[in-house]
Ligand binder design. Structure first.
Ligand code: HEM
Length: 421
């Protein structure tokens, strides 16, 4: 039974500047100091309840108490999920659209297909990397991911090349947490890609482009909303982007996996010849330890009481995902890298929540976790079993006020070679 405790309020009128300065650490630091998993403040002049922990995750994810509409700065929204997307829907409309993503992405057949294409693209790229003195892993992996996911979804790579597509998708991810003029360029380039995908949806619908009916892009183009109508072309394009962009974003986790191999002890030798499960536990621990998606927001759609505190319709709440997976009450020695925690997204709980909490099919939890972990598993396997490289001195620091952050160098590999079996 949860105990009602008073909710502390931060001193000072608004904390936007400290939030931008401290980034990933902003909420947790204050929770630790106040010895409370929730506190009140203002961000961007707007009152907000900041929360962390499993109980808060359950409150934000279960029971349909929150909408994501109005919960993120508009530029972040436009660069990530966007208006009309599944994440912006609520209630029956959300559940209906969510089945599309769950059916497409969360099954072993789809996993095998995407992993097979990813391996092909990685090996093709590896033969080119071996002819260069050095590569920037983050850029190269973005390209590999883009080629693989375009092939899987059925998005042609002729009119907009994989290189251009990867550059646009990467710009969206890089700038999603910024609120300065650099987002304008990212938004303009996103619009170009969106228009291209809208044209593709139109051509699939009118038969000008013929693709197998089971191709994900055809299923998206032909999907009907819960009233039985086809999605507007723009919305269908937004949802295609909601598969392409986050798959490219897995590249960041793959770079973090490469960093973990480099800096977290002798995992390269421990993993050599290991089975899928061992590689997945490694990948899951990378998802827990390394900073990616910092927090999610919601706006209450009803009034209710949470642990003695009244939340009114329209109240803004933030949930600290990063802080929750670094909470020492949930994860012993949270700053230690330890794949023996044997974490898995399949538990669908409220503590291990790098990509959202609860049961995926009925909440806003990410439907891309199976793809994410499978592709990280395979990438780590390639790094360990199929190639050798040198990591010469470089700036691998990751600014904690940049969200999402990345190693400054992008992780440079020198003298890449294939590994003799
Ligand atoms: C790169 C690693 C990824 C991270 C860090 C990530 C993070 C997240 C988070 C935190 C949410 C929950 C948002 C909320 O509660 O408002 C989410 C939702 C979502 N993600 Fe991911 N994701 C990743 C990969 C993927 C992949 C690979 C796909 C698809 C192929 C995907 C598609 C989606 C969609 C469609 C939603 C909206 C779900 C809904 O509102 O019901 N994500 N993601």
């Amino acid at each position: 039974m949860a105990v009602a405790t008073p909710v502390p309020r931060l001193e000072g009128f608004d904390h936007t500047l400290p939030f931008l300065r401290e980034g990933y650490d902003f909420i947790s630091r204050r929770c630790d100091r106040l010895q409370s998993d929730r506190f009140l403040t203002r961000l961007m002049l707007r009152p907000v309840l900041c929360t962390r922990g499993a109980e808060a995750a359950e409150m934000v994810y279960e029971g349909g108490r929150f909408t994501r509409q109005g919960a993120l700065p508009p530029t972040t929204l436009r660069l990530l999920q966007d208006k009309g997307s599944v994440q912006q829907l609520d209630g029956a409309a959300h559940l209906h659209r969510k089945t599309l993503f769950v059916d497409l992405l969360m099954n072993d057949r789809a996993e095998d297909e995407v992993v097979g294409l990813f391996r092909e693209e990685w090996r093709r790229a590896l033969s080119k990397w071996m002819r260069r003195p050095q590569i920037v892993l983050l850029d190269e992996v973005h390209l590999v991911m883009t080629r693989a996911i375009c092939r899987w979804t059925g998005v042609p790579q002729e009119e907009i090349s994989a290189e251009e597509m990867a550059a646009i998708l990467a710009l969206m991810v890089e700038n999603s947490g910024r609120i300065d003029p650099s987002v304008l360029l990212a938004l303009m380039r996103r619009r170009k890609l969106e228009r291209h995908l809208e044209g593709l949806v139109r051509s699939i619908r009118n038969g000008q482009v013929q693709l197998p009916p089971e191709a994900p892009i055809v299923q998206l183009a032909r999907f009907r909303d819960f009233k039985g109508d086809l999605l507007p072309e723009k919305t269908a394009a937004v949802e295609i982007l909601n598969i392409l962009r986050p798959t490219l974003a897995i590249g960041r986790f793959i770079v973090f996996a490469a960093m973990a191999l480099q800096e977290q002890g002798d995992w390269r030798n421990k993993l050599l010849g290991a089975d899928d499960a061992a590689y997945e536990f490694f990948a899951e621990e990378v998802r827990r330890l390394y900073p990616f998606f910092p927090l999610v927001g919601g706006i209450a759609v009803a009034s209710f009481e949470w642990r003695g505190y009244p939340i009114e319709t329209g109240d803004w709440v933030l949930l600290d995902l990063y802080g929750t997976v670094h909470d020492q009450r949930l994860f012993a020695n949270p700053d230690n890298f330890d794949p023996n925690r044997r974490l898995t997204w399949r538990s669908q709980g409220y503590d291990f929540i790098p990509q959202g909490a609860g049961v995926t099919s009925r909440t806003h939890r990410c439907p891309g976790e199976q793809f994410t972990v499978a592709l990280m598993r395979e990438a780590t396997r390639m790094l360990v079993e199929e190639m050798e490289y040198e990591v010469l001195p470089q700036d691998l620091s990751m600014p904690r006020n940049r969200m999402p952050t990345r190693p400054k160098s992008g992780m440079i590999f020198s003298n890449v070679r294939g590994r003799a079996a």
